[in-house]
Design a protein around this ligand. Structure first.
Ligand SMILES: Cc1cc2nc3c(=O)[nH]c(=O)nc-3n(C[C@H](O)[C@H](O)[C@H](O)COP(=O)(O)OP(=O)(O)OC[C@H]3O[C@@H](n4cnc5c(N)ncnc54)[C@H](O)[C@@H]3O)c2cc1C
Length: 530
């Protein structure tokens, strides 16, 4: 149920234990609905409302390496950044969790064998059934099989959600579920509590009075930048003794994926190339074949973890993107604008429409025109760096009293060698398989530091509230609980110690699945019953 003021909220949920979640984005709505399925009462506090909006441009500043995503890749709306994302789910690998001595601070307090058992349940909660979770089964269903490559390169599939917008995916739960209440248009600005126990969240609507929302346990799921901003601001709040006030790690180790194009691709055997790397479609889900280095090679060669994907561009690429956006907007936002533009783009795709439908329905593939140019793009982890950080500027407060957040993104440059090594290996592997040859960009091939200016953030903001074994190492423990507190948790990729090559949200959702189990079956349940 959606409400728009705190008084309404009190009337609805004034009895029984409840979890209060700050943020209705990917992690907030997912965790809320999973808790409700297990009988919990949940209140979600969302700063935005239904209309697609971002954060005010004077509420943040980016210093250091230019970070585009802090401005364009965050949404302050019901459903959060799932209003913008592609919904591509990618798994972290075993190597991502172990302490790699060439990546200082990379050891996670939770290992792969502890978290991987939650992958399947997470997929299933998002509507991806077991048959769709296994790469070999999907490849078999579309009439192909996993190719073998040399150079330690392997092919893997990423999975795309049918309904990426979580406000739509969870619309029924939000409207019908009595134990789920979503309070929109209210911004969390702090906490009350004592002796490490949080009693309530302080919220403000449009610069009005501060009100409090009490709960039994609390989850900060406001996206990396806003979660850290809220925790830093609360640490400075003179009206209480904040349990994490002295934590030196809060805000440190901000990370994002680094991405860039690395090569022009010349297929040797077009049919096999497109059959191997064309995006597949099965039961309404998209599956993108990508390349990565096997874990053993990353360990023996002491490399950072990168993945590669092929980018197909043709004269109608833009038209196709427009048509896709139009249909998405019509289905999910029920907004139909730009009808003449729709027909103009449809006409431009004219001769491709029949092959496009044929490819989709019969071959289970996304159509790529023969004349398309192909390039290889990479995405992967940056070297974690303490000085890459999020801070707040208390001299500049917004109307709700929240200080401006300042992002100082830093990258070490050591990523360049890892990207070059990965690209060279992909080139050799593709040539060896008779599929394609790469024309590697000169500056990269020559390891010229100038190439670093091609790096860009990939909208996967992470770090700032790292998971650690103690307060010396992080902000939250292995169960995502803030050190020094009994009942405050942080969800999302702000808790990641390193970022793998994989888009971060599936991993963050998997940790949310584990958190739900912890809250409903473990320690937190005991606290509530006291
Ligand atoms: C174009 C684009 C494509 C992407 N594609 C992918 C992809 O394919 N795969 C992938 O894994 N990731 C992708 N991402 C990243 C992904 O969208 C985010 O990682 C994910 O949405 C983060 O989830 P979250 O719940 O932590 O934060 P968000 O989804 O950003 O939600 C946070 C919510 O908290 C609210 N909030 C913030 N502060 C407060 C406050 N003080 N009080 C109350 N509410 C507050 C915000 O308004 C927002 O609704 C993409 C991002 C973009 C921009």
């Amino acid at each position: 149920m959606r409400v728009q003021n705190v008084a309404q909220l009190s009337a609805l949920t004034n009895s029984g234990p409840r979890t209060v979640i700050i943020g209705s984005g990917a992690i907030g709505l997912y965790t809320a609905t999973e808790l409700v399925k297990r009988g919990r009462r949940v209140i979600v506090i969302e700063s935005g409302d239904n209309s697609l909006g971002g954060f005010a441009s004077d509420s943040y500043a980016s210093i250091g390496v230019k970070h585009v995503g802090i401005g364009t890749a965050r949404s302050r709306t019901l459903g959060g950044t799932t209003n913008l994302w592609g919904g591509q789910l990618v798994e972290f690998q075993p190597v991502d969790f172990v302490g790699r001595e060439w990546i200082p601070g990379s050891a996670w307090p939770v290992q792969y064998n502890e978290i991987a058992p939650f992958y399947s349940e997470t997929y299933q909660n998002l509507g991806i059934d077991r048959a769709m979770q296994d790469d070999s089964a999907v490849l078999k269903a579309i009439g192909t099989k996993k190719p073998e490559f040399s150079e330690g390169i392997e092919l893997f599939l990423t999975r795309w959600l049918k309904v990426p917008n979580f406000a739509s995916f969870y619309a029924k739960a939000i409207s019908d579920e009595p134990n789920l209440v979503v309070l929109t248009d209210h911004t969390a600005v702090g906490f009350t509590g004592s002796d490490g126990r949080i009693a309530a969240v302080k919220v403000v609507q449009n610069g009005g009075l501060i009100q409090t929302i009490a709960g039994n346990d609390f989850l900060v799921a406001a996206g990396t930048v806003e979660s850290v901003r809220l925790l830093l601001h609360s640490a400075n709040d003179p009206t209480w003794v904040c349990p994490w006030r002295r934590n030196q790690n809060l805000g440190a180790y901000f990370q994002d994926h680094i991405g860039c194009r690395v090569a022009v691709v010349h297929p040797e055997n077009s049919k096999s190339f497109f059959n191997t790397f064309g995006t597949a479609v099965l039961s309404g889900h998209k599956f993108a074949p990508k390349l990565r280095l096997m874990n053993e090679v990353l360990e023996t060669e002491r490399l950072l973890n990168y993945q590669g994907c092929f980018i197909f561009e043709s004269s109608v690429s833009e038209n196709l993107v427009y048509l896709k956006q139009f249909v998405k907007a019509a289905i999910y936002s029920r907004k139909i604008t730009g009808v003449p533009e729709f027909f103009r783009n449809l006409m431009a795709c004219g001769k491709y429409l029949v092959p496009l439908m044929w490819k989709y329905v019969v071959d289970h593939r996304v159509f790529v025109p023969k004349a398309a140019t192909i390039s290889l793009g990479v995405q992967g982890e940056q070297m974690p760096c303490r000085e890459s950080c999020i801070t707040i500027d208390d001299n500049l407060l917004d109307r709700n009293g929240l200080p401006r957040v300042v992002l100082d993104w830093k990258i070490s440059g050591r990523e360049l060698a890892a990207i070059r090594e990965f690209t060279i290996r992909v080139d050799r592997a593709l040539r060896g398989a008779g599929l394609a040859r790469l024309q590697i960009l000169d500056d990269l091939a020559e390891l010229n530091p100038r190439f670093i200016s091609n790096f860009s953030d990939q909208y996967h903001q992470s770090g700032g509230a790292l998971m650690g074994t103690s307060e010396k190492e992080g902000v939250v423990d292995r169960n995502l609980k803030v050190f020094g507190t009994d009942n405050l948790y942080v969800g999302g990729s702000s808790t990641f110690r390193s970022v793998s090559n994989a888009n971060t949200t599936f991993m963050a959702l998997t940790f949310a699945t584990r958190l739900v189990q912890h809250l409903t079956g473990g320690g937190a349940e005991k606290l509530i019953s006291q």
